[in-house]
Ligand binder design. Structure first.
Ligand code: HEM
Length: 205
């Protein structure tokens, strides 16, 4: 049995719902570390970055589902909705930590921060674009919107570009981890451009 068919038969047996719970464990863990004073000298900033990085990881996993199916025959489509919703939750938590703990709910100051720091504006745009995706991630919306659902969910590419630029601009000194994430964004988004010719070549072969 090939690796892909072993994975696919395991996937058939493992439901998607535990992912919603497992995916939230890092957030709970980060919160626990913060609440018990284990996040260093600047716990708010550390927690904010921690949540942002988990949003990036889930976003990259969401983007990887299609190429994995196309190129390796590994079908993880069943988990894509949970992964996408986890992106939304982590970006929302990241935003709330910034708004409540960093800006202390001072709205005028928060708006000032958004308008003065372009990387925050880009992050905000990504969060706003994520809202319609999260709201239409349920079966009822998928049935109602039909083809328009696919069109709407292409927003994930714009969100990914905004998130990648936000990550690049927010990071003062890029370390290996951030370089890897940025490279993965380039590869996974680049694949969307090359996808049609690749699939055609595969079909022809
Ligand atoms: C798709 C949306 C977003 C993603 C994936 C994301 C991800 C990230 C990541 C990974 C970092 C850490 C960069 C590092 O390694 O230093 C970061 C930093 C930051 N993000 Fe976001 N973010 C998003 C949206 C937002 C929003 C909506 C806001 C607030 C309006 C925001 C505010 C910030 C701030 C202030 C920092 C800098 C923290 C600091 O170093 O002091 N982000 N973001």
């Amino acid at each position: 049995m090939s690796v892909s068919s072993t994975v696919n038969s395991a996937v058939r047996k493992i439901p998607a719902w535990p992912l919603y719970i497992l995916g939230l464990i890092p957030a709970v863990w980060g919160f626990y570390l913060g609440a018990t004073n284990q996040l260093g000298t600047d716990p708010v900033k550390t927690f904010e970055i921690f949540l942002g990085l988990w949003a990036i990881r889930f976003l990259l996993l969401t983007l990887a589902v299609t190429p994995l199916r196309d190129l390796a025959g590994v079908n993880l489509i069943k988990y894509r909705r949970a992964l996408g919703l986890l992106v939304f939750w982590y970006v929302l938590f990241h935003f709330l930590v910034w708004l409540i703990l960093d800006q202390q709910l001072m709205m005028a100051q928060a708006i000032d921060d958004i308008t003065k720091r372009p990387f925050i504006m880009l992050g905000m745009a990504a969060l706003i674009l994520l809202i319609p995706l999260a709201l239409t991630s349920f079966n009822f919306a998928i049935r109602k919107l039909r083809k328009n659902w696919n069109k709407l969910h292409k927003l994930i590419y714009a969100i990914s570009i905004l998130a990648a630029i936000h990550l690049f601009m927010a990071t003062k000194v890029l370390d290996a981890e951030q370089y890897i994430y940025l490279a993965l964004f380039v590869v996974l988004l680049g694949y969307r451009i090359a996808r049609e010719p690749i699939l055609q070549a595969k079909r022809a072969a």
